[in-house]
Design a protein around this ligand. Structure first.
Ligand SMILES: CSC[C@@H](O)[C@@H](O)C(=O)COP(=O)(O)O
Ligand SMILES: [Zn+2]
Length: 213
């Protein structure tokens, strides 16, 4: 049997590279930080290789994993955080893309937020996030403590996953960055952009009011 290759999916490769390029242009994945994936079908995931400079990727920097996050070709090294991507796709079959960024604002805000979520309210931009219909509602982004044990992190995310359909399509890893997802790459990108905007607003507001807690 011929093993599938990422090159077998040129349109999806190019769409993922375009999305990463837009994110990199916003300086949300410096110094190789960040990882990015898309669901191909029930079995296959397209994901960034580990340690690559996300500002200058080509098709050769993408590879295939199975649904458990195992490289199809054992010689390939997927992102160190593949297990979390794999778990998210498993938790919700509607997720089509997962994007992970390392903006300075998300990093600092998550460190200063000592609770288990960051509550955002009062901003019109909340409606950029799937399921949000009003600035009057609270958008609670879950926060997880950082760890180098990504399997354990994925487990904690699964444990907190709500049984109903009210999942905010994002989470923060403290002192690390943002994971956001969507039904396709465009929606996932909109979630990243909307949330990064909201984080910036919350941070600016805290600075202006000198409320850094
Ligand atoms: C350069 S620090 C960032 C990494 O430790 C990690 O968090 C990250 O986002 C990128 O890892 P990668 O293995 O390239 O997908
Ligand atoms: Zn990371």
């Amino acid at each position: 049997m011929v093993m599938p290759q990422s090159d077998d999916y040129p349109a999806l490769c190019d769409a993922l590279l375009d999305t990463i390029g837009r994110i990199a242009a916003r300086h949300w994945c410096p110094a190789t930080g960040g990882n990015f994936s898309a669901r191909i079908d029930d079995q296959l995931r397209l994901i960034t290789r580990s340690g690559r400079d996300k500002t200058r990727l080509s098709r050769a920097d993408l590879m295939l994993c199975d649904a458990r996050g195992k490289a199809l070709n054992p010689a390939d090294k997927p992102s160190d955080e593949t297990a979390l991507h794999a778990r998210l796709y498993q938790l919700d079959s509607r997720i089509g893309a997962v994007l992970h960024t390392h903006s300075s604002t998300a990093t600092v805000l998550s460190r200063l937020s000592h609770g288990s979520s960051l509550s955002i309210h009062g901003f019109e931009m909340q409606k950029a996030i799937h399921g949000q219909t009003s600035h009057l509602d609270a958008l609670d982004v879950p926060i997880f403590d950082n760890t180098q044990d990504i399997d354990a992190l994925a487990e904690r995310v699964a444990e907190r996953w709500p049984a109903d359909a009210t999942v905010v399509p994002a989470l923060l890893v403290r002192g690390h960055g943002l994971y956001a997802w969507g039904r396709d790459l465009n929606e996932a990108y909109r979630h990243v952009e909307g949330l990064e905007f909201l984080f910036e607003c919350v941070w600016q507001e805290r600075l202006a009011t000198r409320d850094l807690s």
